[in-house]
Design a protein around this ligand. Structure first.
Ligand SMILES: *[C@@H]1O[C@H](CO)[C@@H](O)[C@H](O)[C@H]1NC(C)=O
Ligand SMILES: *[C@@H]1O[C@H](CO)[C@@H](O)[C@H](O)[C@H]1NC(C)=O
Ligand SMILES: *[C@@H]1O[C@H](CO)[C@@H](O)[C@H](O)[C@H]1NC(C)=O
Ligand SMILES: *[C@@H]1O[C@H](CO)[C@@H](O)[C@H](O)[C@H]1NC(C)=O
Ligand SMILES: *[C@@H]1O[C@H](CO)[C@@H](O)[C@H](O)[C@H]1NC(C)=O
Length: 349
């Protein structure tokens, strides 16, 4: 009992010292970092985390503290992110995480994120991007994670490959693009990124062509997620099918389903048979149908020719038949007349 109290006392003194030291440190830091919180937002940890929720009006460029490390803006009607939107005079900020989801953003101008050279995570999900400057991501040299899920309009999706290929995103490791109704992989090349995770789930991808498959084969460390896409399980899917079977690069391969053709709807892509996606088989089949058609046509032509060449003989033959018929009919007719003569009948009686 005694001992325990003594320990507690020592602990109390220790923790008092720790608190005092921390308080001194805190004051020191504060005197360096003291920055106002941008008006309608809430700030914690002396502006290290700035959160602005459901503001209708927000003026960009935003004047955040140099020392802010996480900035979250959500539910604002931002529309356009102009150049240098987060660092008005181009000074480098310490920002590590920037969350901009659900802000109705439709356009990102060139150099929008200038000054955020330390940024690691950028979340632009759930907006409606229709215009994306080629230089939109310029200066994000350290970016590791980019969320673009449920955010691209078809036009935005068309502009994405260029914006991703400027070389600014050379450290990007994770790219999330789910829920964008994408019909193809919107990445021109993996060379200028450092991807290890590519998320393309819940899109409208029917097939992934040979070029994409061989690009992926060159970058084995990229894990690709592709579930919830309406795969078209015909022979165009061949190289993708073998990539899927042979590689562990598709992280959710067991969950890929066929949508088309109707007969294969709901089947697992991975469990298709080789014949189902075999282009040579399909070609052979097509070729054999063509052959059958040609042979039938030839037979038809030959038949018609035989008819044509024999037209004299056929005419004669038809005439003969007709004559024969007529003779026969006459015989019948004669007989009938004889049988039905009433006088002859009376005579017989
Ligand atoms: C959002 O902003 C745009 C233009 O800045 C405006 O046309 C639109 O009406 C605004 N929407 C809402 C819901 O406030
Ligand atoms: C840029 O703005 C920051 C504050 O946001 C200020 O401390 C700095 O002096 C400014 N730099 C220039 C070059 O104006
Ligand atoms: C797929 O994406 C659409 C469009 O963005 C979204 O509305 C839907 O909720 C998503 N579905 C799933 C299962 O995530
Ligand atoms: C993937 O395919 C699309 C469309 O077929 C093409 O535009 C894109 O450049 C390809 N990307 C890679 C990395 O092969
Ligand atoms: C399967 O993968 C191995 C090793 O990656 C490779 O040597 C082989 O050619 C691949 N086979 C097919 C059919 O792609």
């Amino acid at each position: 009992m005694e001992r325990k109290r003594a320990w507690t006392g020592i602990y109390a003194i220790d923790s008092f010292r720790a608190y005092r030291n921390a308080a001194v440190l805190y004051l020191l830091i504060c005197s360096v970092r003291a920055e106002p919180c941008p008006y309608p937002c809430t700030c914690t940890d002396d502006s290290a985390t700035v959160t602005c929720l459901d503001l209708q009006e927000i003026a960009l460029p935003l004047n955040v503290s140099r020392w802010t490390s996480t900035l979250t803006l959500r539910g604002a009607n931002i529309s356009i992110i102009p150049g240098s939107a987060f660092s008005a005079n181009g000074t480098a900020l310490e920002l590590k995480t920037l969350r901009l989801s659900w802000n109705n953003i439709s356009e990102i101008e060139a150099h929008a994120f200038l000054g955020l050279s330390r940024l690691l995570v950028l979340d632009l999900s759930h907006n409606r991007l229709t215009s994306l400057s080629e230089m939109a991501f310029y200066g994000l040299d350290e970016l590791r994670v980019l969320y673009l899920n449920s955010t691209l309009s078809p036009q935005g999706a068309r502009e994405l490959p260029k914006a991703l290929s400027t070389g600014s995103l050379r450290n990007l490791q994770r790219l999330e693009l789910s829920g964008n109704r994408l019909k193809a992989m919107p990445i021109a090349s993996f060379d200028n990124m450092n991807l290890n995770m590519l998320i393309l789930t819940n899109n409208s991808i029917e097939t992934i062509g040979k070029t994409n498959v061989s690009s992926l084969n060159e970058f084995k460390k990229i894990s690709v997620y592709l579930s919830l896409n309406p795969f078209k399980c015909n022979c165009e899917l061949e190289s993708f099918y073998y990539w899927l079977k042979n590689d562990s690069q598709c992280a959710d391969s067991a969950r890929l389903l066929c949508k088309l053709p109707e007969a294969k709807s709901g089947l697992h892509v991975e469990k298709l048979r080789r014949e189902d996606v075999d282009c040579i088989n399909a070609e052979l089949e097509a070729v054999s149908y063509v052959f059958l058609g040609i042979v039938l046509a030839l037979i038809g032509v030959v038949f018609l020719m035989v008819l044509y060449l024999n037209r004299g003989g056929i005419k004669r033959w038809l005439n003969n038949i007709r004559e024969a018929c007529r003779d026969q009919m006459e015989v019948y007719h004669y007989r009938y007349e004889q049988d039905s003569d009433p006088r002859l009948a009376n005579v017989a009686v």
